[in-house]
Design a protein around this ligand. Structure first.
Ligand code: CUA
Length: 324
């Protein structure tokens, strides 16, 4: 009981200090689905408290009587009421309400579809706006318009993953050979953090992404820019990229680089994070990532480029950053 007390007090202090909030918290809900899930949690908690209080009340009432003094009627009331009736009524009500809100979480989208594929250990992100000829391909960041429901199509490369942005909605598994669906309706613009929620290998914990929610107008402008080819600078950085064969794995639209093994880098410099949400989009981080990706993300397929000189790494990183 003492330990229980301490844990409860600790949790209260933690939440009071803001420990239950942040970009990756279900309690910092910025989407209609996350708000609904918070309500579900609150209602379930109230139901559990009602049940706990009434059953313990009965238990207390009964045990305070002297042995052998309980009437048959009271015994029946305790067994039937406390053991069967109360739990059945409370749990049935909770189940019915819980089931009734489930279809909302899978409601169809309103125009835009986004296809996200779980790779090892990064996210392939394809935007399919209404009436578009082909997908707008991006990676490792999800941008969504606020105030509109977007359909999310989930796939997986070689192993199972699970897509979860706690601030926006629930989680859904990504299964190789299958397409699973969910939909999200963000309401508050901002940056939310997502995390792979199914163990998928050595770098499972290092498979995150930022979900950036924009106003409808900002989103439309962003998507238009994202659909356009890159406008890469000439220079040494570009020469290193092609000399080292980076284009065999990465695509940069508007250049001969057309590989599909790794993330699309067309507008790489415009993203908010690096290496699937685990590093800041900064020069030093990018240099160490290129030099030895496997040291930062175990078993990542990107080879090390440690043979490049510091100057060359810096030039290559600078060129990649210019791809906005
Ligand atoms: Cu992908 Cu865990």
């Amino acid at each position: 009981m003492r330990h229980g007390h301490r844990a409860a007090v600790g949790l209260l202090i933690l939440c009071g200090a803001g420990g239950c909030h942040g970009p990756q918290s279900v309690f910092s809900a910025g989407g209609a689905d996350a708000i609904e899930l918070n309500r579900l949690f609150a209602v379930m908690l109230v139901g559990a408290v009602i049940l706990w209080l009434s059953l313990n009340g009965l238990f207390f009432h009964v045990t305070r009587r002297r042995t052998g003094r309980m009437s048959r009627k009271l015994a029946e009331a305790v067994i039937i009421g406390g053991g069967i009736l109360l739990p059945v009524v409370v749990l049935t009500a909770l189940l019915a309400w819980g089931l009734s809100i489930m279809p909302d979480q899978r409601a169809p989208g309103e125009g835009l579809r986004v296809r996200i594929t779980g790779e090892e250990w990064w996210w392939r992100v394809e935007y399919l706006p209404d009436g578009a000829a082909g997908p707008v391909i991006s990676a490792n960041e999800l941008r969504l318009p606020a105030g509109r429901r977007t359909e999310i199509e989930l796939r997986a490369g070689r192993v199972i993953h699970s897509f979860w942005v706690p601030g926006l909605g629930g989680k859904t598994d990504m299964i190789p050979g299958r397409t699973t669906r969910m939909s999200l309706e963000p309401v508050t613009p901002g940056t939310y953090r997502g995390q792979c929620a199914e163990f998928c290998g050595a770098s499972h914990a290092l498979m995150a992404l930022n979900a950036v929610v924009l106003d409808e107008g900002d989103f439309a402008r962003w998507l238009e820019a994202e659909a356009a080819p890159a406008r890469p600078e000439e220079g040494e950085g570009r020469a290193i990229f092609f000399r080292e064969g980076c284009g065999a794995c990465h695509t940069i639209r508007g250049t001969p680089a057309a590989g599909a093994v790794g993330p699309d880098l067309t507008h790489f410099g415009g993203r908010t994070s690096l290496a699937a949400g685990i590093l800041p989009m900064e020069r030093a981080a990018l240099v160490s990532w290129i030099a030895n990706a496997g040291a930062i993300k175990p078993e990542a397929q990107m080879p090390a480029f440690a043979h490049l000189s510091k100057t060359d790494l810096d030039r290559l990183a600078g060129w990649l950053e210019s791809l906005e």
